[in-house]
Design a protein around this ligand. Structure first.
Ligand code: WQD
Length: 335
């Protein structure tokens, strides 16, 4: 099958392209390189020994999308492209609403025009807001979200449900990610933000690599086993494989379904820090700071629906996530 991957040079997008190619699909990427580099395309081709068609462009630009759909017979689309930094979204809400919503509307318009109605959307566990209990099930109430980034994801889920109501030939999977970390074991692709990271794992990696002096642990007074925040960390390769299964499902069915892509296990900040130090034999100095506004105490997934309907379950554990995250940066640094 020929799959269009928007945002395909990004962290999750690039890993998903690798798994799609490994399964025998053809891949077309559109990416504006706002948060990634063009050489990721060559790295995907090096890992898979297969070629990828890459269009540098913005998903808000219908002309670029038209060219792709007229150049290629696209069977399905995975839509990753979008801004994703929670903190930045609070500072720049208009930028987030314009980009994330308009890119999705433009994509759906062009898809419909070319008769392609198979879509996998990159959603997020933030659509659940602060859950009343854990593990979180897909039928839990949605919202209120705690930041504009999460609100764009919730709004796009609603837009896509309305698209299906208007035309029941659409088949849409809404994939709600928990906390993706780690990297491909080749060490060629991974997550290594240039600026100061917002997320825990890239921050730990930079402290271990002595690029940053100390990890700031945001609060140790939560109602959790050690007082620090608990999240469902999932290896990015497991997450990528979940997308391959979701593509297979949307190609077969019609309808709109949401799926949690997590491991079902919750780990605290200190669980992650201590595991990272132990498996990589590196130090990660940290200090406890006040809570980060907007954070919740505990968040992890029920994974039953993804297993039952997608035939998918995460396989990699926290130790492998920590090893692969460190290996990617240490290899990149060695180059
Ligand atoms: C994890 C835990 C922090 C940094 C966000 C988005 C979510 C998804 C993943 C896109 C929390 C603590 C963190 C640090 C810390 N992104 N922490 N010091 O906030 O769970 O989820 O990123 O889809 O949508 O909401 O991830 O990695 O920022 O935080 O103590 O320097 O680590 O308090 O408990 P989060 P995170």
């Amino acid at each position: 099958m020929k799959i269009l991957v928007t945002g395909g040079t990004g962290f999750i997008g690039s890993h998903t392209c690798v798994e799609l190619l490994n399964e025998g699909n053809e891949v077309v990427i559109i990416d504006n390189l706002y948060n990634s580099q063009a050489d990721v395309v060559e790295k995907i081709e090096e890992i898979t020994k297969k070629s990828v068609k890459f269009y540098e462009g913005d998903c808000c630009d219908e002309a670029v999308l038209e060219k792709i759909f007229s150049d290629h017979n696209i069977d399905a689309v995975i839509h990753f492209a979008g801004y994703k930094a929670v903190g930045e979204s609070v500072q720049k809400p208009i930028m987030y609403y314009e980009n994330n919503l308009m890119s999705t509307l433009a994509l759906c318009k062009v898809m419909a025009k070319y008769g392609c109605k198979k879509l996998v959307f990159s959603s997020s566990a933030t659509v659940y807001g602060n859950p009343n209990s854990v593990p979180i099930h897909e039928d839990f109430p949605l919202g209120p979200t705690t930041n504009p980034y999460g609100t764009t994801k919730l709004m796009i889920e609603q837009i896509l449900r309305d698209v299906f109501v208007s035309d029941d030939q659409w088949s849409i999977a809404l994939l709600r990610y928990f906390n993706p970390i780690g990297a491909h074991d080749s060490g060629l692709i991974g997550e290594n933000p240039n600026d100061i990271p917002n997320n825990l794992m890239p921050y730990i990696v930079k402290v271990a690599n002595k690029e940053l002096p100390v990890l700031h642990v945001f609060g140790n007074d939560y109602d959790t086993h050690d007082g620090t925040g608990v999240r469902d960390y999932i290896h990015v390769v497991d997450l990528a494989k979940g997308h391959v299964n979701a593509v297979a499902k949307v190609l077969k069915d019609t309808g709109v379904d949401a799926y949690n892509l997590g491991t079902g296990n919750g780990y605290s900040v200190l669980d992650v820090v201590e595991t990272f130090k132990r498996v990589n034999n590196v130090d990660v100095p940290y200090q406890v700071d006040p809570r980060r506004p907007g954070d919740i105490a505990e968040c992890f997934a029920s994974t039953d629906k993804a297993l039952k309907e997608l035939g998918w379950k995460a396989e990699k554990g926290l130790e492998e996530m920590c090893k692969d995250a460190w290996s990617y940066v240490s290899k990149v640094k060695k180059v």
